[in-house]
Write a protein that binds this ligand. Structure first.
Ligand code: CTP
Length: 479
């Protein structure tokens, strides 16, 4: 082929790193190509996306990686994954992974591949999507040449996600790719080609052989995409959501009785999610948005005369979070407790804004939400999805009032990181008590008095109040 007749991608491989890879390939008599996400994101001009570089070589990826690392610096530590025939190292804030070009096929019922050596073409054939199968040559004779057998560049331009081969083959090779298709579509704003999309619907049951760690990684990426609702709608439509988060699909639909309907809680949730995403990229806040109404189906009741109620759904919902997190292999630590807290508190600011906003109600909310109060307010404001403009205006105005009150009280009483000014040990010493019920009672009395505004959040006032309260149960200070 005449050099000028192919697409040159030199500007994407101008880093000196690629020159080194090129030299080593030449010296070792192998061919090397940069491939996959790096090529896709470079052409798309995506920001912050050039950290990981995948290089495919004809021959052993491990041997090649060691040679390149040694040529850059003897200090570089190469991580080797023998089972996968890959090796990687980090340099200049980038991670480069090397892999030998392979022909791969998978055992049915598992995603452990049999790996055989192959050509670049074999390797491109076994990749997930046309836009991820493009390679740029790092070889001296055609340095910078785009090798794009499946017209990935056209799909990039037309914003299409499509498998390079029969989607049935691609998805049965690795069913996680069904999630990846939806994730890329959501992240990039691309549409999934009809044949590929239909194949996801057909193959959805095969997602069951994929580990929840990998599934949740994709769900997290969908949550962080610009408008996550897009991804969740596709997950629901293809039937994948039923397999991974049936609690969410359970929220779909509207029931009508006596001419009274409730909103479709699934689409409401997705709107809340998009609203939160506009304000935040905190993944746990996004999970809180996704799960905030999760208990609506199980708490739904129709009450004659007043209509649909979901009484206690915030509390029941927060209790459902651990089993969902366990199933999805999400962390069962303070991140999960944060999500539980936000789910359980998500109605509080709304309730507050409907009543006259008393100081003590604001203090209690600040005490329970602690440092997460700002995130809770983002969630609550996002939860206003009414179509009634006047209602929305009213809510927003009330929330402004709640926020103002929150600031005033916080400044005055410092409740956010509340620690009672007199602690249990001091109570024990003061009255010569043994640890037990009375200490708890007295400690609680101080907390309640501060939250109710009976005393300020200060040591002297708390100590005086404590002595008074102790006298009521017949206790006196021992000195
Ligand atoms: N790949 C694949 N099938 C998978 C995972 C990955 O074919 N299930 C291929 C694709 O060619 C992909 C490349 O491996 O481009 C690198 O995968 P990965 O790093 O997971 O994804 P990226 O495409 O780089 O995208 P991102 O970093 O956004 O996950």
């Amino acid at each position: 082929m005449n050099k000028s007749s192919y697409l040159h991608m030199n500007k994407y491989i101008s880093d000196s790193l690629f020159d080194i890879v090129s030299d080593i390939a030449y010296e070792s008599g192998v061919r090397a190509y940069v491939i996959g996400g790096y090529v896709r994101d470079s052409i798309l001009g995506r920001k912050n996306s050039k950290k990981d570089i995948d290089v495919v070589v004809t021959g052993s990826g491990i041997t090649f990686a060691k040679k390149v690392a040694a040529a850059i610096s003897p200090k570089i530590r190469v991580s080797i994954f023998k089972n996968f025939g890959t090796a990687m190292f980090a340099v200049q804030g980038k991670e480069i992974e090397f892999v030998g070009a392979r022909k791969e096929s998978y055992e049915r019922g598992s995603r452990k591949p049999f790996v055989e050596n192959g050509s670049l073409e074999d390797d491109q054939n076994r990749r997930d999507f046309t836009i991820n199968a493009m390679a740029i040559s790092l070889n001296r004779d055609d340095y910078g040449k785009l090798i794009d057998p499946f017209k990935g560049i056209k799909d990039l331009k037309e914003k299409i996600i499509r498998t390079p081969c029969d989607p049935l083959q691609t998805f049965s090779d690795d069913p996680l790719r069904m999630m990846r298709a939806i994730r890329f579509s959501s992240q990039l704003g691309f549409r999934i080609h009809r044949e590929t999309y239909n194949s996801i619907k057909h193959n959805r049951d095969r997602i069951s052989i994929v580990s929840f760690e990998r599934i949740s990684d994709e769900v997290n990426k969908i949550l962080l995409s610009h408008s996550p609702s897009r991804g969740f709608i596709m997950l629901a439509e293809t039937g994948l959501l039923d397999k991974i988060l049936p609690e969410l699909t359970n929220m779909k639909g509207i029931e009508i009785k006596d001419n009274k309907g409730h909103k479709d809680n699934f689409y409401h949730t997705l709107q809340v999610l998009d609203n939160v995403r506009q304000k935040s990229d905190n993944i746990w806040l996004l999970w809180s948005a996704l799960l905030h109404d999760i208990a609506k189906p199980v708490t739904k009741k129709y009450i004659e005369g007043s209509g649909w109620t979901f009484h206690g759904h915030e509390y029941v919902g927060s209790k459902m979070v651990p089993s969902i997190f366990r199933r999805l292999k999400l962390p069962l630590n303070e991140k999960m407790r944060y999500v539980q807290k936000l789910v359980s508190l998500h109605l509080r600011p709304v309730t507050l804004s409907k009543e006259t906003v008393t100081d003590s109600a604001v203090r209690r909310l600040l005490f329970e939400a602690g440092n997460d109060i700002d995130d809770l307010m983002i969630l609550c404001e996002a939860d206003i999805t009414s179509k009634n403009e006047q209602k929305v205006r009213q809510y927003i105005q009330n929330f402004r009032l709640v926020r103002k009150k929150l600031e005033e009280i916080e400044e005055k009483d410092r409740i956010r990181n509340f620690q009672p000014p007199v602690d249990g040990n001091e109570i024990i010493r003061l009255f010569g008590l043994k640890p037990g019920k009375e200490v708890g009672f007295l400690k609680d009395s101080i907390k309640e008095a501060i939250l109710d505004g009976i005393i300020p959040n200060e040591y002297e006032a708390a100590r005086d109040y404590l002595i008074k309260k102790a006298a009521e149960i017949g206790l006196k200070p021992i000195k």
